[in-house]
Write a new protein. Sequence first.
Length: 171
Amino acid sequence: MDPEKRRSKIIKILEKSTEPQSASAIADMLSVSRQVIVGDVALLRASGFDIEATPRGYVIDPSGLAQFPYVGTVACKHYHDRLKEELYSVVDLGGTVIDVTIDHALYGQLSGLLDISSRRDVDLFCEKVKNDGSQPLSILTEGIHLHHIGCKDEEAFKTIEKKLKDSGIGF
């Protein structure tokens, strides 16, 4: 398959998918290496496609905000030891942690897509942090960060916000 046709197929896969697609999964679908897909995605981004990488794979609608009836923003402060507690608090109350944002002194706002909506997602994310030796963005700001939280309504968001504040994570 020629590169242009392959890149077109990548866009179609991402547009049709309701879940993030890993480079390995796309590579398997198109019978190429993971590295070929990573390169193709870089070229697609450079040509104007709004493709983002989440911990679970690539998405074409990077904000993810449109899929939720209500999206609120919560400010949090905690260290690595309370990461799982924070994320469980959100998903157990029906929310989705869409992203994380920090205000970096040198680079300004830095954000990362998360798309965490279940305990399984939390466990996979925390396992990745543990096994990859990666650190959450909030390590750069002494634990201070923001999350967009997607919910069914404002009341659900307020419940999540209260839970985080009561636990000393939200402020």
